[in-house]
Write a protein that binds this ligand. Structure first.
Ligand code: XMP
Length: 518
């Protein structure tokens, strides 16, 4: 198997380390982020990077015992770029000096001007004399290490850009990875070209390698994949199917809380179009039965979560000889983040590992998307020929419509909700807004209101429309629909959906609200 060129990012705990990886992936460069305390000399040797980037971080190199790069880095002969804390540790380790505070802290926008000397990683910079950069540092370099020269200065950072060209060591005080350093991407591009990266990280290449890797890991054993119809599990399933064909069986659980036509859509796509072994388990009676009379949101979640595991296990046990469970874990879920709260501890998020299923069932994991960011998963989906409808889907929560039906859940309310939601999404698509919105849905409210239609009085449910923009679901803003759009949508829902006579639009941001109603 051909191996792509690799770049190593040593993470010292900056909030924006992931952005470095994003900038590099955009340049078709494969990189991995690893916390500084994992990067030993042996790790470095085995990883065999073509270049190394040292991230920023919240600690102070002047503190005894603060994080350092492994000593062997300086004699490996590969280009190194240090950013902020990365610059400071580079200087300290190579014989320069760093000082704390003394009124030279810089946060936010600053302007860097060049010195006489030109530097390859600054190609395209300083065409108009100076460049805007983003600073965020308390400490500053007070003496550069032997062999280094200064290539750019800012009012509060006389050593804003330094380098030892001979050894290919580059160090900047600012953060080129953030949006507020407009020429930052160019700096990264210059750096990786200088390091000899040819941009060999492409989706077509990744697809081939991933398929190869799955075959090597799984051999002729069987794999089970929980398919939800969401982007991640869909892409994972199609990729694994390409690698091992009928040795993959997907399990799709219909818990009775899906949207209109969703179950049929998933079955048609994966069983009929992709010709996959697919168990479509209609367990709606079981789930809805268990939810009868339950109105507390957390009890709903727990009930559904527990049943889901039981049901999945029941079907998975029918697949004879299965040894692997496939999961659509993504790179942001597996990056080990550096926490400085109680010393250098390492946290690994494991929320994808649903309820410890693999351990419980004695299954090994196949996670073919572990190296990808969300937009790369979408690109891979396109590469695999998945229709746009599956790739660009809004997120949909595991408990489904249960948490969009505040209060007690009834089949009647679910049926009304499905219809209203379908009209709303249809409206959004027709107006070409679907891809601009992060998530949109209808919630049916546990309240009936009086209305008048034709000559008659109505006494039906009210519903709330929700649409938000967001980057990661952690914070969100309501989407600013036009009054025309809202008016037209309300009219359509009331006319087309029996059971709803009032429509409201939820304009709460998150925080203080949450995206879902429960
Ligand atoms: P909230 O409502 O917390 O939602 O602002 C943030 C994002 O998470 C989704 N969500 C869930 N997803 N199980 C899931 O799989 C859940 O219990 C759950 N609750 C919320 C929500 O749809 C949004 O994308």
């Amino acid at each position: 198997m051909t191996q792509h060129q690799r770049l190593l990012i040593i993470d010292f705990g900056s909030q924006v380390t992931q952005l470095i990886a994003r900038r590099l992936r955009e340049l078709n460069v494969y990189c991995e982020i690893h916390p500084y305390n994992k990067v030993t000399d042996a790790f470095l040797r085995d990883f065999a990077p073509r270049a190394v980037i040292l991230s920023g971080g919240p600690d102070s190199v002047t503190r005894a015992g603060s994080p350092r790069a492994p000593e062997s880095l300086w004699t490996m002969g590969v280009p190194v770029l240090g950013i902020c804390y990365g610059q400071q540790t580079m200087m300290t380790q190579l014989g320069g000096k760093v000082e704390s505070g003394h009124g030279t802290a810089e946060f936010g926008r600053a302007f860097v001007t060049p010195t006489e000397e030109r530097l390859a990683i600054l190609n395209g910079w300083f065409e108009d004399g100076r460049e805007q950069v983003w600073m965020s540092h308390g400490d500053h370099v007070s003496q550069i290490a032997p062999g280094f020269k200064v290539y750019g200065t800012s009012p509060n950072a006389p050593f804003a850009i330094t380098a030892d060209v001979e050894r290919n060591f580059y160090a900047v005080q600012f953060h080129p990875e953030v949006h507020h350093t407009p020429k930052g991407a160019r700096l990264y591009e210059n750096f990786v070209r200088l390091a000899g990266f040819t941009g060999d990280w492409t989706m077509a290449g990744y697809r081939e390698q991933a398929i190869q890797k799955i075959r090597e890991q799984v051999g002729d054993k069987k794999v089970i994949c929980g398919l939800s119809g969401g982007v991640d599990s869909s892409v994972a399933a199609v990729l694994i199917h390409e690698a091992i064909g009928d040795n993959l069986t997907c399990v799709f659980v219909d818990h009775g809380l899906l949207r209109k036509g969703e179950a049929e859509e998933v079955v048609t796509m994966f069983r009929d179009h992709y010709n996959m072994q697919l168990i479509a388990a209609d367990e709606s009676d079981l789930f809805l039965g268990a939810l009868e009379g339950v109105s507390d949101p957390e009890v709903k979640r727990k009930t559904i979560g527990k049943l889901f595991i039981d049901v999945f296990q029941k079907y998975a046990n029918r697949i004879e000889g299965a040894e692997f469970l496939a999961q659509g874990t993504l790179y942001p879920d597996v990056i080990e983040s550096v926490s400085f709260s109680g010393g250098p501890s390492v946290t690994i998020k494991s929320h994808h590992n649903v309820g410890g299923l693999p351990e419980k069932m004695g299954l090994k994991l196949v996670e073919p998307l572990r190296e990808l960011f969300k937009d790369e998963v979408r690109a891979l989906g396109r590469e695999l020929g998945l229709p746009a409808k599956f790739i660009g889907r809004h997120p949909f929560p595991g408990p489904g419509l249960a948490i969009r039906c505040p209060g007690a859940i009834t089949r009647e309310k679910l049926a009304i909700l499905r219809e209203a939601d379908a009209v709303y999404i249809d409206q959004i698509r027709k107006h070409g807004l679907y891809d601009e919105i992060w998530q949109a849905f209808v919630a049916i409210l546990p309240v009936r209101t009086v209305g008048v239609m034709g000559d008659g009085r109505t006494y039906d449910y009210a519903c709330a429309l929700r649409a938000v923009t967001s980057v990661d679901g952690m914070t969100a803003d309501y989407y600013p629909f036009s009054h025309e759009f809202l008016g037209e949508t309300a009219t359509r829902i009331i006319n087309e959906v029996k059971g709803i006579n009032r429509v409201t639009y939820d304009i709460t941001s998150k925080p203080p609200g949450t995206i879902e109603w429960e």
